[in-house]
Design a protein around this ligand. Sequence first.
Ligand SMILES: C[S@@+](CC[C@H](N)C(=O)[O-])C[C@H]1O[C@@H](n2cnc3c(N)ncnc32)[C@H](O)[C@@H]1O
Length: 184
Amino acid sequence: MVYEPREDSFLLRDKLLEQFKGKKIGVSVDIGTGSGIIALALSSFSEKIFACDIDAEAVKAAKQKLDSANAGNVNVFKSDLFKEFPGVKADLIVFNPPYLPLGEDDYYDESLHGGRKGVEVTVEFLEQAKEFLSENGVVFFVASSTADIPFLERKLKELKYRFEVIGKKHFFFEDILIYKARLS
Ligand SMILES: C[S@@+](CC[C@H](N)C(=O)[O-])C[C@H]1O[C@@H](n2cnc3c(N)ncnc32)[C@H](O)[C@@H]1O
């Protein structure tokens, strides 16, 4: 299923555009591109973008969106996190992950649920991202206050990331958090 951009997508996109205003960077990566909204924003300040999604339908939708916007610097492909990635070193890696905790009675949705704690997919992403970050590379990702945030922050420290929350907005039943992290 293709994730229709919503408040979390817009908050992440706006934070990225704000943080990279007036800058030009080399390689960026958009994991879980969905409709391609984040990859499109990255294309305005990056020379080359690699965007992937685990969902074939999302890959198709993102390709269409980026083609119609003439974003020729984006390479979109199907991948489970970094599995199919070429050996790139990225200045910026972004992920708006499935971040909701999966409840006992929930029907699992790959675009929404990040595991029982809501952050298992994110933690796996953070582990893999280390290999693909350039020396001064930075990671941006989304989390929800409904997830196990203490567990996430413990893992960030264990993985040797320095991090801060650079955006926070309340929507309906949760706070959406935007994290910025670098390897220390
Ligand atoms: C919350 S949506 C975000 C979509 C889009 N980036 C946005 O901000 O609107 C999460 C996306 O991650 C994708 N996804 C989930 N698990 C993934 C994985 N292991 N590897 C790559 N993509 C994944 C889903 O298919 C979905 O498109």
